[in-house]
Write a protein that binds this ligand. Structure first.
Ligand SMILES: [Mg+2]
Length: 283
């Protein structure tokens, strides 16, 4: 444990798809330079993603990311046992993790979507309706990755084909049922009343509780509307460019303090982190 007053220590919270990973290829390669530097500096990189636990665990095995992460758009926070951290929230044990569930069960989500579909009359297809092959085709993931993406616990990505009126009816039904929805990079995600901001706050509190004398400076990186609550929760919000080189529109307050990373997805991620470290802004 640190006992002396320290300069700021970085804590990085990041989206994956379209941010740390390339939107089309899901490659992390363009961010490797800064990731290696962060590893040398012992800076935790925490994933806060719409991806499933199975997908994120796979990422943890192939790159140096923290054993703490949030899955399915903030539906749950996972804390690896071997980190030996204490936390105050109610949790359950699953494999080598403690799980703090913030969202609703997948069975409840699927059941509500089925009812909402009848209510609004639109053509709605979720991962539960698709084969692994179809998920692979639509997402551009390979078969093994699509299989991990289908291992859902708390949320459902759907493709919505319908009118604006039907969409409003669909969303109203979800709201009445105690669920929420948000737009991701490719899908409309149906989930419990949770978001990346709440999950990020729990993770930040976890670091504050376990390392009380460390003045954490939090950096959040994202690319889409579902990252706005995450960006609003951190000290230094960073937005990377989308594949067409544009940036997601942000609320005015956030827009005035966000750093727009030069570069699309992982290239922007890399550039932003390197620039911040070089400027000494964060150390
Ligand atoms: Mg994204």
């Amino acid at each position: 444990m640190y006992s002396m007053p320290l300069q700021h220590k970085l804590l990085i919270l990041t989206d994956l798809d379209g941010t740390l990973l390339d939107y089309f290829t899901y490659s992390i390669n363009q961010a490797l330079e800064s990731l290696e530097l962060l590893q040398e500096l012992d800076v935790p990189v925490v994933v806060v993603s719409s991806k499933t636990r199975a997908e994120i665990e796979y990422m943890l095995n192939i790159s140096n990311l923290s054993g703490i992460f949030a899955s399915e758009n903030g539906s749950a926070v996972f804390i690896a046992h071997d980190l030996g951290l204490k936390f105050i929230q109610t949790s359950y044990v699953s494999g080598s993790f403690s799980v703090i569930q913030l969202g609703q069960s997948y069975a409840r989500i699927i059941d509500t979507i089925r009812q909402a579909k009848v209510y609004c009359g639109a053509d709605i297809r979720g991962f539960a309706d698709m084969s692994i092959k179809e998920v692979a085709r639509i997402t551009g993931l390979d078969i093994e990755a699509a299989e991990r993406a289908k291992q859902r616990e708390f949320s459902e990505p759907v493709i919505f084909n319908g009118s604006r009126e039907q969409l409003i009816k669909f969303q109203d039904f979800l709201k009445e049922s105690g669920l929420s929805w948000l737009m991701g990079g490719r899908f409309l995600h149906v989930l419990g009343q949770c978001d990346k901001g709440l999950a990020a706050q729990i993770i930040i509190n976890l670091f504050t509780l376990n390392f009380p004398s460390t003045p954490w400076k939090t950096v959040g990186l994202g690319d889409g509307p579902n990252d706005i609550p995450l960006l609003q929760t951190v000290d230094v919000p960073v937005l990377v460019a989308r594949p067409d080189n544009s940036y997601t529109e942000l609320p005015t307050e956030l827009n005035s303090r966000v750093i727009k990373a030069p570069g699309i997805g992982p290239e922007g991620w890399n550039n932003a982190i390197l620039q911040l470290l070089r400027k000494g802004v964060l150390l």
